[in-house]
Ligand binder design. Structure first.
Ligand SMILES: [Zn+2]
Length: 115
């Protein structure tokens, strides 16, 4: 299935392919503040449909992930990084996906607080 997503103002928009039936909630210092629900997909299944220059990027902790956000509206629609096997992975903020219903997906919990 193909999904559309974006930040609030639309400066950042994307398409993502897969099944959005499971999300991860994490208690690290950023996910807690942001309230994101993460949907991990291979980078190949993710297409940014707006210019890459629109992305602002935040790094923290070990700097292994590029946390992108919109400098205009402040919303953070996705992050880029690698999975433990080294494959390029995108963590989509499921809340930025059109039609996403948080009540209808399985939630996994990740204890990122001390990592
Ligand atoms: Zn925006």
């Amino acid at each position: 299935m193909k999904y559309q997503g974006s930040c609030h103002c639309g400066n950042i928009a994307f398409e993502a392919e897969g099944e959005l039936d499971k999300v991860m909630e994490c208690n690290c210092s950023m996910c807690m503040r942001r309230g994101s629900m993460l949907w991990f997909i291979p980078a190949a299944d993710f297409t940014l449909t707006t210019p890459r220059e629109k992305l602002s990027t935040y790094h923290f902790n070990k700097h292994v992930l590029d946390h992108h956000f919109c400098a205009n509206c402040g919303i953070a629609p996705f992050s880029e990084g690698k999975d433990p096997k080294g494959n390029a992975t995108v963590a989509v903020n499921a809340r930025c996906v059109e039609g996403f219903d948080p009540q209808k997906v399985e939630k996994m919990f990740y204890d990122g607080r001390d990592k």
